[in-house]
Design a protein around this ligand. Structure first.
Ligand code: NAD
Ligand code: MG
Length: 400
């Protein structure tokens, strides 16, 4: 039982997979959490139902027509929730002084500005939106420090590493004796598929993940293993780990969510069923623990855990991400933007599955290694990479 007033929460991307799991945890603990604001891009029906259940003060929609539809529906239902629209409103609900915690669960670079707003205003930032951190790297970490924010990872791997690190790691990283960070990866739906079959993979096949139910973009990222590549860059920033300290371990059962290897030979792992409500509840209640609706881990039913090295010939996106991290400067922003464009084009049947790494690689080759020392420079690199990617995509879609 919480011994203080409920923490007030804004959920950015409330209608998505992470947003819905977050609200599931909130609903289990009405004494601990209170919803201040919810946001979504277009799905006004889903946001309407969430507004009725959680009665937030504000609901923000990205799309103007969807905002109108939501406002009409809420008025009709006698709801007091105020509907707002657009980027400034999104930043406002992340930065509002009444807010204690912000769940950053928008997909892609679109989540960067509101997540930064939460960091700058010293919130407890629950970070699912890995693309925001990949895109802005040091700038994001600086905003967290300067704003006095508490940054807690929601990505299951990073949440596992956070749990496996000592509590004072951020203050005394050198004393911790960390040798390696071991990021586990399921290998996605095509880990063992014949290589010749990958060219003809459909979006539906790519989105059918063996262990996790997720949004479509991250599902494709898992199938290409770009998701793990983005997570390598995410781990670099969250834990101050250079590329050489981060190792990817393919673990098809998705039971070990990641590990830390220490100088004395100890390896500390975090295990659990693959259910995002575990890292969400962990971060929301931290440093306490709460019930998350997740069934207990049945080790006897699992019986065995397997490990493999990642196959970089099968998954070139993982290699490209390591290269972008080592190159630094604008390269991670270019990698992320080119990937977002390529994945969207793949989901729209404009390019094939194997065109995704080809488009990203072509964009990285064009990118200069300039520093990105301001938000404007980040968005310029992002916009430039999207132009390159769109032209690569149109060439490839013509030749299909
Ligand atoms: P999703 O596609 O299910 O949901 C995305 C949410 O963002 C929706 O609410 C949508 O309305 C909103 N949104 C989309 N485009 C937007 C835009 N341009 N502006 C404002 N809002 C927009 O995605 P998801 O699977 O919930 O993933 C969300 C984030 O969490 C991603 O960054 C993903 O990498 C990360 N993540 C997800 C999982 C998972 O299990 N789903 C696990 C780890 C990390
Ligand atoms: Mg993950």
């Amino acid at each position: 039982m919480a011994d203080s007033a409920p923490r007030r929460l804004t959920v950015l991307g409330a209608t998505g997979s992470i947003g819905q799991s977050t609200l599931d945890v909130v609903a289990r603990h009405p004494d601990r959490f209170e919803v201040f604001a919810l946001s979504a891009q277009r799905q006004h029906d889903k946001l309407f139902a969430q507004c009725l259940q959680f009665a937030p003060r504000y609901a923000v929609m990205g799309d103007a027509a969807a905002a109108d539809a939501l406002a009409r529906a809420l008025r009709g239902a006698g709801s007091a929730t105020e509907v707002l629209c657009g980027d400034a409103a999104l930043e406002a609900i992340a930065a509002a002084s009444e807010v204690d915690m912000v769940m950053a669960a928008i997909v892609g670079a679109a989540g960067l500005r509101p997540t930064l707003a939460a960091a700058r205003t010293g919130k407890k930032v629950l970070l699912a939106n890995k693309e925001a951190l990949v895109l802005s790297g040091q700038l994001f970490m600086d905003a967290v420090r300067q704003g006095g924010a508490t940054l807690l990872p929601i990505d299951s791997e990073h949440n596992a590493i956070f749990q496996a690190l000592p509590a004072d790691y951020a203050r005394r990283p050198d004393a911790a004796g960390v040798r390696r960070v071991l990021l586990t990866a399921s290998g996605g739906p095509f880990r063992t598929a014949p290589l010749e079959s990958l060219a003809a993979v459909t979006p539906e096949q790519a989105c059918a993940h063996p262990n996790w139910v997720m949004g479509r973009k991250i599902s494709v990222d898992s199938a290409t293993m770009m998701n793990k590549g983005l997570e390598v860059i995410e781990a670099h920033w969250l834990f101050g780990a250079p590329a050489d300290m981060i190792e990817v371990v393919v673990h098809p059962q998705s039971v070990i969510h990641s590990m830390v290897d220490y100088a004395d030979g100890s390896v500390i792992a975090q295990l659990g069923n693959p259910d995002m409500r575990t890292p969400i509840a962990h971060a929301m209640a931290w440093p306490e623990r709460i019930e998350a609706g997740v069934r207990p881990l049945d080790l006897f039913a699992i019986a065995r855990l397997d490990f493999e090295r990642p196959d970089l010939a099968r998954f070139p996106c993982l290699r490209l991400a390591f290269e972008a991290l080592r190159a630094g400067g604008a390269a991670p922003a270019v990698l992320n933007a080119a990937n977002e464009e390529a994945v969207a084009a793949f989901l729209n049947h404009r390019i094939g599955f194997l065109d995704i790494p080809a488009v990203i690689s072509a964009c990285l080759e064009r990118s200069a290694s300039q520093a990105v020392d301001s938000l404007d420079a980040v968005f310029a690199a992002d916009a430039c990479a999207r132009d390159w990617a769109r032209s690569e995509i149109s060439q490839r879609s013509v030749s299909r």
